[in-house]
Design a protein around this ligand. Structure first.
Ligand code: NAD
Ligand code: MG
Ligand code: MG
Ligand code: MG
Ligand code: MG
Ligand code: MG
Length: 330
């Protein structure tokens, strides 16, 4: 069993007396900055003016400054910008303001692992990556608990990088739930694989394929929506609580028999080969190169595919049905 770190394994003193800059006040930025401030750390927000994130930071009681100013004032600089813009902001605004002994922090390893950002050797470089979306990182912290985090040390210039990473994870709330140590390589590759093959790419295509199969066979789209999308949450909640075995305990034996004989017909050797191909492209840097190039040319494929999927029948049916589900808001 891998070692888990909890509150008692982390000491905030490694970040006390230091200023922590959170650069980018988006999904992760707003959550991590507020959690760390409530944990008693000295947090400054770097967020460009004009836009919802800037207004949100002000509304949350911060006095946001430019990324360059935040990096200049801070000893610990956490980069919570979109992965594809981190390189530019790093070289323009952060690197010129780094001093020996500072710490550079990420919540995903993309830019370090794929060598988009090459930090100087005299700063600590570590990662604190919450394993959940930003709004959950904030909400769960306010409820007194935390979202599990990964930490990783890329460069230990001061000798305290790991202690700082654990303290940082404690500030974010991660040590309330459990922290696991990984490497930048492992976090980057598994995070990209998980979102592509299973969580985002795999799940959304599975849902659409099931929906289309039913609708093409003449069933009502509303019924197909409930069976293939809506109920997925209920099943995933059971898996989250007790694994696949507990989920199977809760469903009818008919559903369980169907699960046992049908799953491998849908996800089979061909799907596994496709997963291996995705993983290879992630490991070789092919995916990273493709995504960075896509951004450089203005995201044509990204925009086109997004538009096609946004116009899929399942979205229209879903919008109508969800507008009548007043319990979803909560
Ligand atoms: P986000 O898009 O929600 O927020 C990014 C912030 O950066 C916004 O406040 C935006 O205004 C600002 N910004 C955007 N472009 C900018 C530019 N050119 N110059 C200056 N500021 C700019 O990003 P996020 O989802 O919070 O992701 C931040 C990091 O956290 C990424 O490394 C991501 O991989 C990682 N991460 C995200 C999640 C998640 O749930 N969203 C989970 C784990 C890790
Ligand atoms: Mg500095
Ligand atoms: Mg992830
Ligand atoms: Mg990710
Ligand atoms: Mg059913
Ligand atoms: Mg059963």
């Amino acid at each position: 069993m891998v070692k888990m770190y909890y509150n008692e394994d982390a000491d905030l003193k490694y970040l006390e007396g230091k200023k922590v800059a959170v650069i980018g006040y988006g999904s992760q930025g707003h959550a991590q900055a507020q959690n760390m401030r409530e944990a008693g750390l000295d947090v400054i927000v770097g967020q460009r003016k004009g836009g919802a994130s800037y207004e949100q930071a002000v509304a949350d009681g911060f006095k946001p400054v430019s990324a360059a100013e935040a990096a200049k004032q801070a000893d610990v600089i956490q980069v919570l910008l979109p992965d594809e813009v981190q390189k530019k902001v790093y070289y323009n605004d952060i690197e010129p303001n780094l001093e020996a002994g500072n710490a550079l922090v990420f919540s995903h390893g993309f830019n370090i692992h794929f060598e988009q950002i090459l930090p100087p050797t005299d700063v600590d470089v570590y990662m604190v990556a919450p394993k959940g979306p930003g709004h959950l990182v904030r909400r769960v912290y306010e409820d007194g608990s935390g979202v599990p985090c990964l930490i990783a040390i890329y460069q230990d210039a001061t000798g305290d990088a790991k202690e700082k990473a654990l303290a940082h994870a404690k500030g974010v709330g991660g040590t309330r739930a459990g922290v696991i140590e990984t490497s930048f390589k492992e976090e980057t590759e598994t995070d990209l694989f998980g979102e592509q093959a299973v969580l985002c790419g795999g799940a959304s295509e599975l849902v659409r394929a099931g929906f289309e199969t039913l609708v093409d066979a003449g069933y009502q789209p509303e019924i197909a929506y409930f069976e293939c999308l809506h109920e997925l949450k209920l099943i995933v909640d059971l898996m989250y609580e007790g694994g696949i075995a507990t989920m199977r305990d809760s469903i009818s034996d008919t559903a369980e028999y169907g699960d046992l004989i049908a799953g491998k017909q849908v996800i089979n050797d061909k799907s596994r080969e496709a997963m291996q191909k995705l993983l290879k492209d992630i490991q070789t840097g092919e995916f990273a190169k493709q995504w960075l190039l896509e951004n450089q040319v203005g995201r044509p494929a990204y925009s086109k595919r997004k538009e096609i999927d946004a116009n899929h029948q399942i979205e229209q049916v879903g919008e109508k049905l969800r507008s009548k589900m007043n319990w979803i808001e909560e």
